[in-house]
Design a protein around this ligand. Structure first.
Ligand SMILES: [Zn+2]
Length: 79
């Protein structure tokens, strides 16, 4: 197993979320996320954010929505 490391995982997380990576790179990131709590939680936040924006971007300005989602995530994490 090769672990690509947090730096690469976090740098490429956005592309990973948008399916913009080469398959081999995406596999590296997926593998790392599975084994790294820090990157896993960052990935989870990214997934929630991406889905929420995709779902609601027609009704709400993305910046407003982003703030709302981030506030909700912070609330979740503080419990
Ligand atoms: Zn990591």
């Amino acid at each position: 197993m090769t672990d690509c490391g947090c730096d690469k995982a976090k740098a490429e997380l956005e592309e990973y979320l948008h399916d913009e990576l080469q398959a081999t790179d995406a596999e590296d990131i997926a593998e790392h996320i599975k084994n790294c709590t820090s990157c896993d939680s960052e990935h989870h936040v990214g997934v929630v954010l991406t889905q929420a924006v995709q779902r609601a971007c027609k009704e709400t300005a993305p910046e407003v929505l982003r703030d709302q989602v981030l506030a909700r995530i912070r609330e979740m994490q503080s419990h």
